[in-house]
Design a protein around this ligand. Structure first.
Ligand code: ZN
Length: 164
């Protein structure tokens, strides 16, 4: 089967029903199937979804952000952290200037040392997506060669595409 570009709206909830994220009020998310643009477990489960479909998709941690790994909690010297001011438990920051840099969560402050959890904030969490498919069409040759979805009508790369 040909790979498609799918545009959808979603509301993401955790197992307690709390809304973690939603595309409401924003343009729909577009992705190229199998390109890693959205989490794999959601990509796989939307393969049969057609334009206009509304569906609830549950994705186990292993196919979303992975299981929690206790070895990812590290003790570091406070002075080594690129963050000013007082650190709060639960505070999150990126470990580098790169937009893709891993996010860590402060899970403890002990004297001049800080305990940082390098697990993704959604590691170990089963995700429930309520999805509405806005559009599903065949990918263009250009999209296939770039490995990602382009704007609504297949009209070229968006800002920050990074493929040129
Ligand atoms: Zn592109």
């Amino acid at each position: 089967m040909n790979r498609r570009v799918v545009s959808f709206h979603y509301t993401l909830r955790d197992p307690q029903g709390r809304v973690l994220d939603s595309s409401a009020g924003n343009p729909p998310i577009s992705y190229l199937e199998g390109a890693g643009q959205i989490i794999d477990g959601l990509d796989q489960r939307l393969r049969a979804a057609v334009t206009g479909a509304k569906t609830r998709v549950q994705v186990p941690p292993a196919e979303a952000y992975g299981e929690r790994d206790p070895a990812q909690i590290q003790r570091v010297k406070r002075t080594l952290l690129p963050v000013e001011g007082e650190l709060q438990i639960g505070e999150q920051f990126q470990t580098g200037p790169d937009r893709q840099a891993p996010v860590v969560t402060v899970v403890g402050v002990e004297g001049d040392e800080v305990l940082l959890d390098g697990n993704h904030p959604l590691a170990g969490v089963e995700l429930t997506f309520d999805v509405e498919i806005v559009d599903a069409r065949e990918a263009t040759a250009e999209e296939l060669s770039h490995g990602h979805a382009h704007g609504g009508g297949g009209g070229g790369c968006g800002e920050g595409c990074g493929c040129h």
